[in-house]
Design a protein around this ligand. Structure first.
Ligand code: CP
Ligand code: NVA
Length: 309
């Protein structure tokens, strides 16, 4: 059987550390000389199949494809998938029309099923389990900010959700010391924790999981948080607000971190909940350049996933 010459990207742990570093190098080339990549997606059509809301992921992928000379098609919640066509049939049909698909959906098993039947690269634009494009972009951004990634101490404070999982996997590959603080009942997935802890050890980093957010923040150079209520969990929003009290990134938590610490958030942010207005708009916040970085990183990622050989 002919070997497939492309790559899917469903979770960070699909890649080796050397491949992540290769993508980061390409990201820097693209950032410095975007014009050199003007035609790299010429005659390519990329579909964004999104079953959840999006601002950044949709726009950064669509702009990235257009800037490299390709076309995009956005398919929201009104495809035949919503009327019961199987994921497998959809993947086979889409493979005949398209060169790549970016999927945002609910259960991570949905994108895995799609990828198994697809003959084109499939990139995860967020599932309930993972948000790998965001995490790769964030570590490339951290590298640009500090001039290094390996050995950086970072605290993720909040829900043990898709964002936490992808940050854990990326930190593990890149030798970062990541401390994840979650309230009881909101721990990250055990398998992700086990995999990340083992990989981090091999790569000179560490993954620590605890329930004390102030302790996690101590000495950190990166403070990271995400929403307390992810898409699809809206019914739990008031109970979650109670559970996450004390997990807000505010002036006091920032004072525990290093003096040159930066504050990151994948956005959208809910001011007064997971982060205060003062911190989000303050001098340590980098959330808007962080969001911009998605464009550069994802161009590199699309080139990496679609290349032959
Ligand atoms: N951070 C992120 O993925 O944002 P969107 O939900 O707006 O795509
Ligand atoms: N954890 C959030 C991330 C949004 C970008 C969610 O899944 O809604």
């Amino acid at each position: 059987m002919e070997k497939k010459s492309f790559r899917h990207f469903l979770k960070v742990s699909d890649f080796q550390a050397s491949e992540v570093r290769e993508i980061f190098e390409l990201t820097e080339d693209i950032r410095k000389n975007p014009g050199q990549f003007d035609h790299r997606f010429a005659r390519k059509t990329v579909c964004l199949l999104f079953e959840k809301s999006s601002t950044r992921t949709r726009l950064s992928f669509e702009a990235g494809v257009h800037q490299m000379g390709g076309d995009t098609v956005f398919l929201g919640g009104d495809s035949q998938l919503a009327r019961g066509e199987t994921i497998e049939d959809t993947a086979r049909v889409m493979s005949g029309y398209l060169d790549m698909v970016i999927i945002r959906t609910f259960g991570h098993d949905r994108i895995e099923r799609f990828a198994k039947s697809a003959e084109i690269p499939v990139i995860n634009g967020l599932t309930d389990g993972h948000h790998p494009c965001q995490a790769l972009s964030d570590f490339s951004f951290i590298g640009k900010e500090f001039g290094e990634i390996k050995g950086i101490r970072m605290a993720y404070v909040g829900d043990g959700n898709n964002m936490a999982h992808s940050l854990m996997e990326a930190a593990a590959l890149l030798g970062v010391h990541l401390i994840v603080a979650t309230p009881p009942g909101y721990a990250p997935d055990r398998d992700v924790l086990r995999w990340s802890t083992e990989q981090a050890r091999k790569n000179g980093g560490s993954i620590t999981w605890m329930s004390d957010p102030m302790e996690a923040a101590r000495g950190a150079r990166v403070l990271y948080t995400d929403v307390w209520t992810s898409m699809g969990q809206e019914a739990e929003s008031s109970i979650r607000e109670q559970s996450f009290a004390g997990f807000q990134i505010n002036r006091e938590m920032l004072s525990r971190a290093e003096s040159d610490a930066i504050v990151l958030h994948c956005l959208p942010a809910y001011r007064g909940k997971e982060v205060t207005e003062e911190v989000l708009e303050g001098p340590r916040s980098r959330v808007f350049p962080q969001a911009e970085n998605r464009l550069h990183l994802q161009k590199a990622l699309m080139l990496f996933c679609s290349r032959k050989g």
